[in-house]
Write a protein that binds this ligand. Structure first.
Ligand SMILES: [Zn+2]
Length: 297
């Protein structure tokens, strides 16, 4: 079992917390050097691609099919993300690639709002087929993209995807080197360790604002804007971290700035969450969104 920190590659870690998901006992480790929290149990990591092609959606959604509930969340989130991009001054997108595109909600939105040429990369066969039926160009992998002779993109997004990738720094650096234009932007969203439960079978890492920022810096990006928020699920719980980043070129400083008091922050964050859930039940958890009218079929 490998216990190497995915951020600083230190071998010394300690048990952080355990959780049960999908009938498996999950163990999360805390890196002794940098404070990164990562899944220690390396179940099936060698078979990840196969897992995502057929089994993952079955596990989390009950069946390997597109669920209405999931679609509604994705469409609502896509609309919020595009609104946020515009608020950050991104007024023009020529070519957009969404990695882990699921049903294609975000590329569908950027196609419509920016007139962008879009591409979705999605491993799940059922979700890719769903997006293709909507007329969206999709590919099953970055290898397939390489073979397609595609040009670079001026917007690349990974929405609730980075926590699934075994080597987050390497994956972000690879996308920057191979697929992002020099003046392009990178859009990222992950669960927030200090508010979101974060522990799910396919979540290999649990990011804080600090470890996410360090991951991006090491991968050769600078952060233009960072927002913690709960949309579309909560008005008061900062469940998610959303980042707009730009490429700076390969980072020369590979030293990770450590984060301290990670256990305390998690404990306080989750205690605060339980308190807000009790005091403001209607705000802490909003009803699941329904499909926006312009997306309902
Ligand atoms: Zn580390």
């Amino acid at each position: 079992m490998t216990q190497t920190c995915p951020l600083c590659h230190n071998d010394q870690s300690q048990l952080f917390e355990t959780a049960q998901d999908a009938g498996q006992r999950l163990e999360y480790r805390l890196c002794n050097r940098c404070g990164m929290v990562f899944q220690g149990s390396d179940w099936k990591k060698d078979q990840l691609n196969q897992f995502y092609a057929n089994d993952y959606r079955k596990l989390v959604e009950g069946e390997d099919q597109v669920s209405e509930k999931n679609r509604a969340i994705e469409e609502t989130r896509a609309s919020l993300l595009v609104g946020w991009l515009k608020a950050q001054g991104v007024g023009r997108v020529r070519r957009h690639m969404d990695v882990g595109a699921s049903t294609g909600a975000l590329i569908h939105r950027t196609q419509r709002e920016f007139g962008a040429q879009v591409l979705g990369v999605e491993l799940s066969n059922s979700h890719r087929a769903f997006a293709e039926r909507r007329g969206l160009p999709m590919l099953p992998s970055l290898d397939a993209l390489e073979a397609s002779g595609s040009e670079r993109f001026d917007l690349i997004s990974l929405i609730h995807v980075l926590e699934h990738l075994p080597d987050p720094v390497g994956s972000l650096a690879g996308l920057r080197e191979r697929w992002l234009t020099a003046d392009g932007v990178f859009l990222l969203e992950v669960p927030n360790l200090y508010v979101h439960n974060s522990y799910e079978i396919a979540h290999l890492h649990a990011f804080s604002q600090h470890t996410l920022s360090e991951t991006l810096r090491l991968a050769g990006y600078r952060i233009d804007a960072l927002r913690v928020h709960g949309q579309p699920r909560s008005n008061v719980l900062d469940l998610y971290i959303t980042v707009l980043a730009r490429p700076t070129g390969a980072s020369t400083d590979k030293t990770v700035r450590p984060e301290g008091r990670v256990r305390l922050k998690r404990r306080l964050g989750m205690a605060r969450r339980r308190l807000l859930e009790r005091l403001m039940p209607g705000q802490a958890w909003l009803p699941f969104p329904t499909l926006p009218a312009d997306e309902a079929e």
